[in-house]
Write a protein that binds this ligand. Sequence first.
Ligand code: ADP
Length: 600
Amino acid sequence: MGTGKTLDLENETLQNKEERARLEKAGAINIFHWCVILLSLLLTLSAWYFSKKQVEEKSEIRFARATAQVKNLILERMEKYENALWAGAGFLRTVNREISFREWADYGKTISIEKKYPGVNGIGVVYVLKPGQVPAFIDEQKKERPYFKVYPQHKNPDCLVVTYIEPLKDNVKAIGLDLAHEENRYTAAKKARDTGKAQITAPIVLVQDEKQTPGFLFFVPFYRGDSNLTVEERQKNIWGIVSAPFVFNKLIKGVLTKNTQYVDIRISDKEEKLYDKYKPRQENYDPNPLFQQSINIHMYGRNWKFDIRSNLSFRNAVSNNQPLTILISGLTIDLLLLTLFILLSKANQQAVNYADSLNRELREKQEKLSQANEELTQFNYRTSHDLVAPLKTIQGYIYLAKDDLKEDDLESAVSYFAMIENQTLSLISLVNSLLNLCRSDHLNGKSEEIDWKEVIENCTKNLSSMLSNHQVKIEYEITQNKIFFTQKVRLQQILENLISNGIKYSDENENDRFVKVKIESNSNEAQIQIEDNGIGIDPKHQARIFEMFFRGDTSKSYGSGLGMYLVQKHIEFLQGKISFDSQKNKTQFVVFIPNTKLEK
Ligand code: ADP
């Protein structure tokens, strides 16, 4: 039977352990959780990456659009100017004679240069003359404009005299200027003459530009007669050039629109800068531009290099927080997920631990319960035995006394009655001890102030017959400086039991028998010493005196063997301590009991 039970228990424990391990494993962070976090992390990163790519692509497209726009706007504008110049050349060819100052002024007004061609400084007529023809030409011009002169002098075989220019007010200084005096202008003019095509000069500073900023001249040739000629014929038939001076800043200002504000432009012809908005001092300048590009454009015989770079406005316009927001929110979610998993696994571990502690408590309680059961069985057995034994003896004595009475042997009968009385006393003492023991668990747990003298005197009163029977004197000494609180009933029983033992086990051979009680109580605890000069506790019994029903020398004791057991129970309950030292004629018990009214 017993083995079966043990086996069952072992199986149960094994099952419990397996179940516990399963629960612990199920609640811990495992590969599944890590996969979820990893997947979520991957999703976050790819969402961030794609969003970033998308934003980058959009910016790239935007920059490309802005670049193309700048290029196209300038090209378109130049084409428009070219057309205006060809229109002027056409007009001069149609008139087919040297026109007057007024006629060109009228022409200028007709085509509303300032309004229709913003950016152009003016449109002028440059006549090509041989040096010998110049004086007569000047005379002719002076008829209309007496101030007219040709300047500066030079040694080139051609003279290119700026004769008219509209609008005049900004270009007065250029009237009479011989463009052949300077190589750059002369070269471009010759090229226009020889090719019959529109040409521009390399960068120059216009005489009429007070700010002396870079500019250029735009030339379109016109011939006497047919223009569809060979180079030689063109050189021979060249009549003049329609010219337009440009100040670059003005040209660009007219060209660039709102859409091109996102890029900074530098335009250069070889090493010379025509236009430069590429300067770090600019408020919109981006030291690390997101995009930059260089393009070369063939422009009427010149090669213009466009350096275009995005500026801060561009950076602001394309700046998009979406990828960062995606990244941060994604990572936050991942972190929350991880925290959640950790918290869940911790909670699970806590639950398992709690179940463990409950199990442990349950097991401890079970053990205590079976121990208590065992003790109860023992107790029942001993009690029945100890109650029955004196009763049987009494019964025997009664029979004997009855017989003696029948035979009129009164003396013998009286001695039996005395023995019956002894047994009865022993029975009463046993029943009293049992009653005390039974009550001990249900005693009122209330702590109250102790009057030590009263306690000792109660003991003396209760034990008075015992004291006189054994001829024992009781002495006591109390030292108390603070009020002392504990459970009075328990304290009374402790003292009564210890004193009664001191009386019970007094030495008959001793004339001066005593039990001395010394009490010292302070704010923390009370120390109680109980000393007797009795027979002492046999060393071989000393380890067992607190056991239930233990009696040392039964021949010398009326006791039940429950006294010391009860004393220890009460002391444990009051959270005190007991120790003893015993030899023949000196047995001393020392008890410590804490003061339950601790002073702060
Ligand atoms: P009893 O009813 O036998 O007195 P107790 O539990 O009070 O039982 O004491 C247990 C045993 O301890 C006693 O039987 C006795 O042998 C021993 N004992 C206790 N107190 C004293 C003492 N003051 N002097 C000598 N022996 C003692």
